[in-house]
Write a protein that binds this ligand. Structure first.
Ligand SMILES: Cc1ncc(COP(=O)(O)O)c(C=O)c1O
Length: 391
């Protein structure tokens, strides 16, 4: 792969060593330009006029997502972020008291909180499948719980925020298809990094934000909705006038397509997300996946040679979220060092993933998420910066 080509889009803009993990990813120039141009048009013509004029451009979001995830354009809805998309899906499940949600210990913090809120308000039961000693999900336990508890919803995070673990979402999908359950996948950390194919997953809902491996803008996300879910009439609880028609004084009719999950207020960030997805499709998701794999394996190897650092990721399949700590050292020792060298990173704390961190016996972890625009030299550079902590 020509990595110089991939770096061109951000050349000269980066200040410091930028991993894909500082709250927002590094947007390619065409993504920024698309949004700036849209905003300037709004300044000149007004928001509604521009929205009308640019309808076809805004629609590209759905066609590009359909290519990326192997679905059809009508299966997607724009959302304001990954959590927003997730909660719209969650609100569409007609839970009754005693209904079961089956999930895992490695699901995203906000998803766990949402399940607990559903438990508190509606008496929904929350069950979690066990992990194996190596950190993988215990699929046998998962299957057994699926049979025993007949969950209304199975909800699994593909890649958790706090470690590089990849959960077996395809195998879970196969199990779900043998039983009568809705299947929701949080793919926030995998879309744009790994090949995610909703047909292979057999999921009913899948969400992701723009701002992570897709390299899109903050304040964007999307939801995939299967034909099965659309045909069953699932719709968000708080559906608005974009998602439904008010057809009689006491009746509304949800839109037949995925956009019944959208809200009416759309603007230039939709175009930014569309451009980011187009960009990922143009680079090629298989190329991206191969390159990020190369980089995270290299980074893991370099870090493992540093005796004062401890890699924390577990499980048989790992991806480009690399987490580590430094036993005996304070978090501030590391953050000060990385800040001084302008290295972008993320800190995960115990409260982000109580179950995982308690099992590992750690309070915090530094996370690097190398993306395809990073180079082998940058990885060596960052590890040599961390090596100075030994002295
Ligand atoms: C697995 C996972 N799900 C959901 C989210 C939330 O994304 P957003 O901030 O777009 O709602 C994150 C963010 O870190 C995440 O890692």
């Amino acid at each position: 792969m020509n990595t110089d080509l991939l770096r061109q889009d951000t050349a000269g803009l980066r200040q410091g060593l930028f991993f894909n993990s500082a709250g927002a990813s590094l947007m390619p120039r065409p993504v920024v330009s698309a949004m700036v141009e849209y905003l300037q048009q709004e300044e000149q013509l007004g928001g509604y006029a521009v929205e009308q004029q640019r309808t076809a451009d805004l629609e590209r979001l759905y066609t590009e997502l359909a290519i990326l995830l192997n679905a059809r354009p009508h299966n997607f809805a724009f959302a304001w972020n990954a959590t927003d998309a997730y909660n719209r899906a969650l609100s569409a499940i007609p839970f009754r008291r005693g209904d079961v949600i089956l999930t895992t210990d490695d699901d995203y913090i906000s998803n766990h909180i949402a399940f607990l809120a559903l438990r508190q308000r509606f008496g929904v039961e929350v069950r979690r499948a066990r992990n194996l000693p190596d950190g993988d999900l215990d699929l046998a336990d998962f299957e057994q719980q699926l049979r025993q508890h007949r969950p209304v919803l199975v909800a699994v995070t593909h890649v958790p925020t706090n470690s590089g673990l990849v959960q077996p979402v395809e195998a879970i999908g196969r199990l779900c298809r043998q039983s009568d359950t809705w299947y929701l996948v949080d793919a926030s950390q995998s879309v744009g990094q790994l090949r995610v194919d909703v047909q292979q997953l057999g999921c009913d809902f899948l969400n992701a934000p723009g701002r992570k491996f897709l390299r899109g803008p903050r304040g964007t996300g999307f939801l995939y909705i299967s034909d099965r879910a659309l045909q069953a009439g699932l719709a968000p609880l708080f559906i608005d006038r974009r998602g439904a028609d008010w057809v009689a004084a006491d009746a509304y009719q949800p839109h037949p397509e995925g956009r019944r999950f959208e809200q009416q207020e759309l603007g230039g960030t939709v175009l930014g997300l569309a451009e980011a997805v187009r960009y990922a499709n143009a680079v090629g998701i298989d190329q991206i996946a191969a390159r990020t794999r190369e980089l995270h394996l290299q980074l893991r190897q370099l870090l493992s040679r540093q005796p004062h650092l401890r890699l924390l990721d577990r499980g048989s399949e790992q991806c480009s979220l690399v987490t580590f700590d430094a036993p005996g050292r304070a978090l501030e020792d590391l953050t000060q060092l990385l800040n001084a060298h302008k290295v972008a990173y993320t800190v995960s704390r115990r409260s982000f993933a109580i179950l995982d961190f308690d099992r590992k016996g750690v309070d915090w972890a530094i996370r690097f998420s190398p993306h395809y625009f990073n180079t082998a030299e940058e990885l060596e550079q960052v590890v040599s910066i961390l090596a100075t902590l030994r002295h």
